[in-house]
Ligand binder design. Structure first.
Ligand SMILES: [Zn+2]
Length: 1138
């Protein structure tokens, strides 16, 4: 109590001091104005402007001081409306207020839990007759006497935005012609229909259309002949994509559709992604869609769903106890989305109704019965043959409405193909119509036509509920598609770099425009290329969006296409950096009139360079002198953070000060390694501790200084039997010798101690402060692929390991082990032949010092048919269960099943996985997507890279041999669980608050920018938009400037504010206590949370910000700013920033 009172006094004192200094400034400001003679209005004005600037600056300093105080002090308990509760006020025995207890979802009578389905199914793959993977479907013939069978045939063309050809080449060779013909062929007959999914292609085509053709498109849309389905930029991968990117590509597509077509998609269409995630279902529902179609689901699961008539269901989020997240989902029952596998169970028959395969064409039916053109002579026989398939298929569903897709990859290119399909089918439909005794109506339709017809006869409420996900996909036999979770890991990592850059840029750009408007009476600063920057930002969005395509981030495209994607990723990052650098420039200037944009000579430059699409980023060397060099560090997270910022300099001695306060920053000089045991003599790494308020830009000065001003790291080397030669002039380096050489290597900070093998340097044990030692061993292993001439082998999609399983990674010579110790961090690096592995501990207060950082530099270019994995072996009694994330949005329980082959037990991991028992949870957080498994209790393994010499027969036609030096980054967190109950069954679990914060820091590192050293620099001041951190369970997903509806390509004042309220685990109390608060209630006071930023014209909207989804502004919302943000949910608001 006493302590609290003291703190209150202290805060009060600071506040009074701040007010007094403000008052002094105001007085000083007033004096010269009185002296100013008349007629000097301009001078006065500029002087006044300077004064206001000084005032603003003082105010921002005070804000910063208060922010730091607020964040480091404890808030009073039970803070009324915001409901902020505080870590210290909470005793470890109670659950954290607002946390989510692990919960076992108990299925009702008509509820399917996929984990239970997996437990139940034998996965024995018996032959099923003509429907190989299914069963014989029978019918009586009188089922449709009461209600006739209603067939809706939905023409589609699956256009991959890059796969065997690049996006542009597909567009010119195929897509353009498909869309051109669509205009003609749909216009010929109003009964014809078509659906289209990929807005990346559609928008490119639109650019080439004249007004008349654009009007035709709109007419076809209005008449219901053409329907935009999903409306995403691409048909996104659902395993590797982060939910930020999944949502962003959906926003990009939907915004384009709104602006140019004025329609709103209502149905999702995902026929080719290799497995399906409920996160995607959540986003589609949030974007206002009511229905969706999925296709690539494990054949045994399809068969089970078909048997139970649950192929149509309400897909519910595992964590949702309400039906709010439900979306109606149709799962296609058969092997593929092509015509042979969509009209009914028998592909030999269905193929005869793909009229693109008529004899004489380029494609044919592999079942050796060709289609026949429909004539008066054969129409009856043909119609009855087709009807038989329709009827059989219909028996798998609960309603007499039947959905039948008609299409394939890049179909409907030539006008003759349109004629063949539409004319022949129309004849069949006409026949049905003239024969009512058949009790069938058939027509062309869109997805909406189908779902509307379905809902007429079967209310949504009567559909079963399904919880869970559809990984890992197998299309036949033991061919599990778990290879693509890791294929081309270099680009999976680059994808996330672009994602972090995009988010950071979006937020800073939006804040810049808002600051300019408030500075300039509603106008943007002259000279600031707001419009050009918006175009660069849009290009960055589209670069990330395109890469979410299910052949891009998956690593399943041909080599030249991969390079094309790589170039697009790189260019996107470079474009975004321009916007970021220029926005930061304006925000930092004390005197805004000094802003000057020079494309060729930017004021700030991001401190690393990516020289090529396949090169790792390199830090630029900063030349130091006695004159300070200016470094800007941007914190893109909404949390105050202590980060170690690293730059490369030309001197072994340097000093860093906070330019604002003059305070020297704790620093460390480390070696830059030219070789594992040879330090560079002209480049050095300067690490310094930066204290970064949320979303801030902080200015540092770096100078060359006298020797010893920053402590240098000390190094010890070890290589059993063969001590390495060490080269260094500037660092203390030694060999481990004598008895010391056989002892475990150990590192520790305030929270954690680790022990590593003296032989390999790899971690063996870990102990939390006051805890007991736990086994946490790091191993590396190889997988090979199957041997034998006629056997399927691993490739870009498939993981088909040899029977011997994982092989120990062994090396002929003992590896070089390097231990570095410094005041900011210490680490152990093992230089193995194919991987350089580092475990690092930061000597930091707060949560940043709580986890271990693990980094790998992998190079397997010398290998043949091998995959490298990192396995973490612990003594956590996790049984056959572990949890991995889905798109970084939610955690999903996984069960390792011995009845399944090894490759089936690998799952996608976008950013997190954990193992737990009643006492302990061990969480691995990652900065990139990869495959993960827990093949034995207590073990977690992560696939690092794969090199495969052959195609795996899924159409790609090549292996994966374009490996590069690839880096991967992780944080490992051991947490003790308090009152951690073991929930049985399909329990839903959440990351801890600490894990959420660690993941946020890992995914959104601070961005360092450097100002030129050779010119006189204007005065800068830090930019501090927020008074304090957001609650630590509230993630600012985006502040995305929307396009001006009146002016294409220009930014509007409207911004999409996207907030994600995270659900967090109850059993892991954050240790050490967190600096941020969190909310126990669903109501959040937006004004308090974002102060001093103010949001006006606030309206809740759908997740893709379609005007159609805007809620009317409620008076209550305007007055109180209290918003309901439910845990786990993403909320979107249309706002203007003040
Ligand atoms: Zn595809």
């Amino acid at each position: 109590m006493k302590r609290k009172r003291l703190l209150a006094l202290f805060v009060g004192g600071v506040f009074i001091a701040a007010v007094m200094s403000l008052h002094r400034m105001l007085e000083q400001g007033a004096e010269p104005q009185q002296e100013a003679p008349a007629g000097q209005g301009d001078q006065d004005l500029s002087r006044l402007a300077q004064k206001i600037d000084r005032l603003e600056r003082l105010l921002s300093d005070n804000n910063r001081l208060v922010a730091t105080l607020r964040d480091s002090l404890l808030h009073p308990k039970g803070d009324n409306r915001g409901g902020a509760n505080v870590s210290s006020a909470h005793s470890p025995a109670d659950p954290l207020p607002g946390c989510r207890l692990a919960d076992e979802t108990k299925g009702g009578a008509d509820e399917v839990q996929l984990l239970d389905v997996y437990d139940r199914l034998p996965f024995d793959n018996p032959p099923g007759g003509v429907w190989k993977q299914g069963f014989d479907i029978r019918y009586q013939g009188d089922e449709w006497d009461e209600t006739p069978l209603e067939v809706i045939l939905v023409p589609h063309s699956h256009n991959d935005p890059g796969w065997l050809k690049t996006f542009d080449n597909y567009y010119h060779d195929q897509t353009k012609h498909i869309l051109n013909n669509m205009l003609t062929k749909l216009s010929e007959d109003s009964r014809r229909k078509m659906i289209w999914a990929e807005i990346s292609y559609f928008s490119k085509w639109w650019e080439e259309l004249d007004q008349k053709k654009r009007d035709t498109v709109k007419r076809l849309l209005a008449g219901g002949q053409l329907e935009m389905v999903t409306g995403g930029w691409v048909m996104a991968d659902e395993a590797n994509s982060h939910y930020y990117a999944l949502l962003d590509q959906l926003i990009e597509g939907h915004q384009w559709i709104q602006t140019h077509l004025g329609v709103k998609p209502s149905s999702g269409w995902a026929i080719d992604p290799f497995g399906h995630s409920p996160s995607m279902a959540y986003l589609l529902k949030g974007a206002g869609l009511s229905n969706m179609v999925i296709q690539r689901v494990h054949y045994a699961v399809k068969k089970e769903f078909a048997r139970q008539q649950t192929l149509e269901f309400k897909w519910r989020q595992s964590w949702d106890s309400s039906p709010l997240s439900d979306i109606t989902c149709h799962m296609m029952p058969f092997y593929s989305y092509d015509v042979p596998h969509t009209c009914g169970p028998d592909p030999a028959v269905c193929c005869q109704f793909d009229f693109h395969r008529l004899p004489g064409g380029r494609v044919f039916c592999p079942w050796r019965v060709p289609p026949q053109p429909i004539t008066e002579q054969n129409v009856q026989e043909r119609a009855l043959l087709l009807l038989d398939q329709y009827r059989r298929k219909s028996r798998l569903f609960r309603s007499p409405v039947l959905f039948v897709p008609l299409g394939d990859d890049f179909r409907f290119v030539e006008s003759s193909e349109w004629d063949a399909q539409f004319r022949n089918y129309q004849k069949l439909f006409d026949f049905f119509q003239t024969h009512p005794e058949l009790h069938v109506n058939a027509r062309f339709g869109t997805l909406s036509d189908y779902f509307q017809a379905l809902q007429k006869v079967l209310p949504v409420s009567s559909l079963p509920t399904v919880r869970g996900d559809f990984f890992t996909y197998a299309d036949r036999d033991d061919h599990y598609w778990s290879g693509y979770f890791t294929s081309r890991p270099f680009y999976k990592r680059l994808d996330r770099t672009l994602e972090a850059t995009l988010r950071a840029t979006e937020i800073l750009y939006s804040l810049t425009l808002a600051a300019m408007r408030s500075h300039g009476d509603g106008r943007l600063a002259t000279g600031f290329p707001a419009r050009d920057h918006f175009l660069l930002l849009t290009a960055g969005r589209r670069g990330l969006a395109l890469f979410q395509h299910h052949d891009a981030v998956t690593g399943t495209a041909r080599d030249p296409v991969v390079m094309d994607y790589g170039n697009r990723l790189l260019e996107s990052i470079q474009k975004l950096r321009k916007v970021l650098e220029s926005s930061a420039h304006w925000l930092l200037l004390l005197d805004k009139s000094q802003y000057h944009h020079d494309q060729s000579k930017p004021f700030l430059l991001t401190d690393d360079v990516m020289s090529a699409q396949d090169a790792l980023p390199q830090k630029t060397k900063i030349t130091l002198s006695e004159e300070p060099r200016i470094l800007i560090v941007y914190n893109p997270t909404e949390q105050i953070r202590s980060s170690v910022v690293s730059v490369v300099i030309d001197s072994p001695d340097a000093r860093v000060i906070d330019a604002e306060t003059g305070r020297p920053m704790a620093a460390q000089i480390s070696a830059v390694w030219a070789e594992p045991s040879r330090a560079s003599t002209d480049s050095f790494q300067l690490d310094f501790l930066s204290e970064l308020p949320p979303l801030s830009l902080v200015v540092y000065h770096v100078t060359r200084s006298s020797s010893g001003s920053a402590p240098r790291a000390r190094y010890t080397f070890h290589r059993r039997g063969n001590p390495p030669t060490i080269h260094s002039e500037h660092f203390q380096m030694s060999h481990r010798q004598g008895p010391e050489a056989d002892a475990s290597l150990s590192l520790s900070n305030k929270h954690v101690q680790i022990w590593s093998s003296p032989e390999t340097g790899l971690m063996q044990k870990l102990r939390l402060r006051e805890g007991s030692e736990r086994r946490v061993q790091v191993h590396f292993l190889w997988y090979g692929t199957r041997t034998g001439a006629n056997r399927d082998k691993s490739g870009a999609y498939l993981f088909l390991p040899g029977e011997e399983g994982a092989q120990v990674y062994s090396f002929s010579e003992p590896p070089l082990v390097r231990v570095s110790r410094g005041p900011l961090y210490s680490d152990i690096t093992s230089c193995l032949p194919h991987v350089t592995h580092t475990v690092r501990l930061y000597h930091l207060e707060g949560h940043a010092g709580r986890s271990l950082e693990i980094s790998n530099m992998v190079d397997i270019r010398s290998q043949v048919n091998r995959e490298l994995v990192m396995r973490i072996v612990t003594d956590v009694a996790s049984g056959n269960r572990f949890h991995s994330d889905l798109n970084s949005f939610q955690m999903q329980q996984r069960r390792t099943l011995s009845k399944l082959p090894l490759q089936a037990n690998f799952y996608p991991m976008t950013s997190a996985a954990f193992l737990q028992d009643a006492e302990t949870r061990i969480t691995v957080l990652s900065a990139q997507s990869q495959g993960v498994a827990s093949l034995k209790p207590g073990e977690l393994e992560l696939v690092l890279d794969r090199r495969l010499q052959q195609d795996d027969n899924r159409g790609l036609g090549q292996g994966v041999t374009d490996n590069k030096r690839t880096s991967s980054l992780y944080h490992l967190l051991l947490e003790e669980r308090r009152g951690g109950q073991e929930v049985g069954g399909a329990s839903v679990e959440y990351l801890s608050l600490l894990a959420h914060l660690t993941s946020l820091s890992l995914s959104h590192p601070p961005i360092t920018m450097v100002a030129p050293g050779d010119v006189q620099l204007p005065k800068l001041r830090p930019f501090l938009p927020l008074r304090s951190s957001l609650p630590c369970d509230l993630h600012l997903l985006n502040l995305r400037t929307l396009e001006d509806p009146q002016e294409a390509g220009a930014p509007s004042q409207e911004v999409a504010l996207l907030l994600h309220r995270k659900g967090f685990d109850c059993s892991s109390a954050p240790e050490p206590a967190l600096q941020c608060t969190w909310s126990a209630h669903e109501e959040v006071d937006l004004a308090a949370v974002f102060a001093p930023l103010r949001f006006s014209a606030l309206r809740r909207s759908g997740l893709t910000m379609l005007r159609h989804d805007d809620e009317p502004q409620s008076a209550r919302q305007q007055q109180t700013r209290l918003l309901i943000l439910r845990p786990m949910e993403i909320s979107a608001f249309r706002v203007e920033i003040q």
